[in-house]
Design a protein around this ligand. Structure first.
Ligand SMILES: Cc1cc2nc3c(=O)[nH]c(=O)nc-3n(C[C@H](O)[C@H](O)[C@H](O)COP(=O)(O)OP(=O)(O)OC[C@H]3O[C@@H](n4cnc5c(N)ncnc54)[C@H](O)[C@@H]3O)c2cc1C
Length: 471
């Protein structure tokens, strides 16, 4: 294990030279075979071995995406769609070589429908860019993975974040899509209406498909009114168990918290250092309440009472909006904080999700497991959803470290599945979680395989991901 994920021997896709020559004729300088550009497009921050694409093409419109897909389909050249490259399970790696199709220049907000609370965007728009764009409308888009990811990438990984406990994940917030299928057809899936019973739900099929079924060229998203009152606080607990039980009881009581995030003591220490904060060195819940003045006050009082019964201290309220933003940015930077705490080590961020009633069991067993095996893996989580992450840091100087981390990850997933949960709540499958898919879904994996084969018979769309090699 190197400090960074090692590069794999390069596999070149058959006929890729013809593909690149034709792409160059059409798009000139917007096609790159430079090593640095290919490396940026084939290598994420994870421990997964990186395979570089043979070339990168920067598309600027849906029509260009369609032409590029048609051309690649003719040569059976693999296509790996690329948004901002922040995915964590080897999603953008190119094990069969091929073309990385970068849509980051397709970054226009196409229509804001204030009256209907929805927005239409190109796939390269990032979540922060979108919220900046609509700020004056009094609306906002809540889904917030730690990175400033693209909406196309977030749709394709079925991403979520700290607000999902109140506003749902990408699954609940994408109304419609425009996509280019593997045979080069441009089509619309879904409508702007909030409900539809018209036929198979192809929108949901594409959400979380990780670029294996087609390329998303437009997304219609739900928006929400910025609440009249927003209040954020932290609550410290001596025991991890107390903190998690407070979360479980809050959710079971139906209190509509907007955010309820956990940081264990290890995470708090790294975040204090990295983000120059002085959070108490305890297990911490980070909370946010949205609603009217009276509503947020009432919610906060109810959660404070539950926290108190579970050993939590008094809420420490953040002050102005800037202080609140700083706290949430620190939470979003928790993975970087763990990396900074172990300079030169590799990072492996893994996540699982379990039904809320089993969360304490899953987190406490996992913490014991980390400690027993002498690993460094701070715990952080969108715990209101039953979702938590281990940011496993891997010591490149110790050859036993990576196998021990791998075994920890295997046990973590086995535990989550045993408790009725999933091998990934939000990061997705990519290359890293393929081996758990059958265990989680059983025979349903063969149905996934049939869908992939029907929609992409030549296996050119991000081959090797989700269902593994071949289709
Ligand atoms: C510090 C940090 C914190 C993170 N925190 C979270 C978190 O809290 N929650 C969470 O869910 N994730 C989190 N992530 C993971 C990551 O941000 C998400 O997976 C995000 O959705 C990826 O978006 P992207 O634009 O970077 O996609 P990329 O990495 O570029 O692509 C991801 C996948 O989507 C496919 N894809 C991209 N664009 C398209 C398109 N237009 N059409 C079809 N397929 C496409 C790619 O082929 C690939 O398979 C975090 C990552 C980092 C680095």
């Amino acid at each position: 294990m190197a400090a960074e994920a090692p590069m794999q021997a390069q596999v070149r896709a058959p006929h890729v030279d013809e593909t690149i020559t034709e792409l160059r004729k059409l798009y000139g300088d917007r096609v790159s075979t430079a090593h640095a550009v290919r490396e940026q497009h084939g290598k994420d921050i994870s421990y997964h071995k990186a395979h570089l694409p043979d070339a990168v093409v920067f598309a600027e419109s849906a029509e260009e995406v369609q032409k590029i897909v048609e051309l690649c389909a003719r040569h059976k050249t693999p296509i790996i769609a690329y948004g901002t490259g922040t995915s964590l399970e080897g999603h953008i790696s190119a094990p069969n070589g091929g073309i990385s199709l970068d849509v980051s220049r397709m970054n226009k907000v196409l229509a804001v429908n204030e009256a209907d609370l929805d927005v239409v965007v190109q796939p390269g728009v990032t979540r922060k860019q979108l919220n900046e764009y609509i700020r004056d409308t009094g609306l906002f888009f809540p889904i917030d993975p730690g990175a400033d990811a693209s909406i196309g990438g977030m749709t394709s990984t079925r991403a979520s974040g700290t607000n999902a406990v109140r506003y749902g994940t990408m699954r609940e917030n994408v109304l419609a899509l425009q996509v280019v299928t593997a045979d080069g057809r441009l089509m619309r899936l879904g409508r702007r209406s909030r409900k539809s019973s018209a036929g198979y739900d192809l929108v949901k099929l594409f959400i979380g498909s990780e670029g294996t079924l087609g390329v998303i060229t437009e997304i219609t998203l739900r928006l929400y009114g910025i609440p009249e009152s927003m209040a954020a606080a932290t609550c410290a607990f001596e025991s991890l168990e107390g903190a998690v039980n407070a979360v479980i009881q809050t959710i079971q009581s139906g209190i509509p918290v907007a955010r309820i995030e956990l940081m264990d003591t290890e995470t708090v220490a790294t975040v204090n250092n990295y983000s120059k904060l002085s959070l108490p060195s305890k297990n911490l819940l980070l909370l946010e309440f949205h609603g009217t003045e009276a509503g947020t006050k009432e919610q906060a009082e109810m959660v404070q009472a539950i926290a108190g019964e579970n050993g939590g201290g008094d809420f420490a309220w953040t002050g102005q909006a800037e202080e609140r933003t700083r706290m949430w940015q620190a939470r979003h930077d928790a993975a970087w904080a763990a990396k900074a705490a172990r300079p030169g080590w590799g990072m492996w961020a893994t996540d699982v999700c379990v039904p809320i009633s089993r969360l304490a069991e899953c987190i406490l067993e996992t913490q014991k497991d980390v400690q027993k095996n002498g690993l460094y893996a701070p715990i952080v989580g969108h715990v209101g959803d039953g979702n938590f992450h281990l940011t496993m840091m891997v010591n490149p100087g110790d050859p036993t470290y990576l196998p021990r981390a791998e075994a920890l990850n295997d046990r973590l997933v086995a535990r989550a599945l045993e408790l009725g949960g999933t091998c990934t709540g939000e990061h997705g499958v990519g290359l890293g979680k393929i081996k758990f898919l059958y265990e989680e879904h059983g025979e349903a994996v063969s149905l996934m395989r049939s869908i992939k084969k029907a929609l992409d018979p030549d296996n050119i769309m991000n081959p090797g991901k989700i269902i593994g090699p071949g289709n």
